[in-house]
Design a protein around this ligand. Structure first.
Ligand code: FES
Length: 170
């Protein structure tokens, strides 16, 4: 038998301390995550993804650019494929538009309809957008296509997270 047996009082004290600590950690973790999450999101928003599109190959005709990147969701990592419609405007600046229709989220395509040349077309409900992404009044979309911020690295196009279209005057 041990010379220093744990007394009933000590046993209860250790047990209650352990349970109390466990419960306190359970309450603090969500608060900590709530405080840290915006910082993680702000970091993600600043991330630019590399594409295989050479800047020199971009012309005034919109082309579809598909790009892949890894997305971290808590402990789960998945590969995501996204798309942009990319061209150079009259000043030579790169315009990269999201293909996600602002009506119900179908995918728009450049000159997707023979009846509407020089426009983005959504086949789901005949949505139309001008070249700068502005929605055509009288068609279902209620707002312009979002736009990707762009950067150049080693001659290749990089795209950020889509933001509200800055090319359409309000
Ligand atoms: S989803 Fe594009 S027009 Fe309806």
């Amino acid at each position: 038998m041990s010379k220093n047996p744990v007394t009933r009082r000590q046993f209860l004290s250790y047990t209650l301390t352990g349970v109390g600590g466990f419960m306190a950690a359970g309450m603090l973790m969500p608060m900590l995550r709530f405080a840290v999450d915006p910082m993680l999101k702000a970091h993600a928003a600043g991330d630019f993804k590399m594409t295989d599109k050479k800047i020199a190959d971009i012309t005034s005709d919109p082309v579809r650019v598909d790009f892949k990147y890894e997305q971290q969701d808590a402990w789960y990592t998945s590969e995501v494929t996204s798309t942009a419609w990319v061209y150079k405007d009259d000043k030579g600046e790169i315009i990269a538009l999201s293909p996600v229709c602002k009506h119900l989220g179908c995918t728009v395509s450049w000159e997707g309809s023979d009846k509407h040349p020089n426009m983005f077309f959504c086949p789901c409900h005949m949505g139309l957008y001008h070249k700068n992404g502005e929605n055509v009044p009288g068609t279902p979309p209620r707002g312009p296509l979002d736009a990707y911020p762009t950067q150049e690295k080693d001659g290749f196009l990089m795209l950020g997270s889509p933001v509200a279209n800055p090319f359409v005057r309000k």
